[in-house]
Design a protein around this ligand. Sequence first.
Ligand code: SF4
Ligand code: SF4
Length: 189
Amino acid sequence: MAVVELLRGFFVTAKHMLKRPVTTQYPEQKRPTAPRFHGRHVLNRYQDGLEKCIGCELCAWACPADAIYVQGADNTPEARFSPGERFAIDYQINYLRCIFCGLCIEACPTRALTMSNEYELADDSRETLIFTKEQLLSSLPSGATLPPHTDEEIAARGINYYGGFAGTPVLTSADRAEREDESSHIQHH
Ligand code: SF4
Ligand code: SF4
């Protein structure tokens, strides 16, 4: 009886020796990720180089791990970083905290924040795992220039940054001055 049990045990071992291994020899071999894998974040740009982030902080408020820091600042007609009123003057993601849940990208109203398939984020320094805005920003599209841009330059491109209503206006300094002039005129009457 003991011999039968012994042979049964050998049979199980032999059967598994003939199977193909399920392990991957990482890092020499890398398995492709799923198309919608949640990896390292990216801060996206429009085709002219303007940043999609409007510094609203919704991503930071949505984050359950308190991993995102955003500091907003005002765009001006002479120095515009995003098409919105505000842009992120500082943006950081702390990968010591992030659990890659994706709630931040769900919360982002402009699709400024998305996640890439990059997963090799291990490091032996705490500081380097806090990614800066410069690290997170996508590279410039070909032909684009780094912000800040002026309102005149942007208006000349005629880009509808927000989709939807085709008349989303980007005011030039002259338009803005004209509106201010009109409103002060109305107030005096
Ligand atoms: S993926 Fe989740 S944990 Fe990571 S920054 Fe976004 S909301 Fe926070
Ligand atoms: S990444 Fe999106 S949600 Fe976060 S501050 Fe920028 S625009 Fe707002």
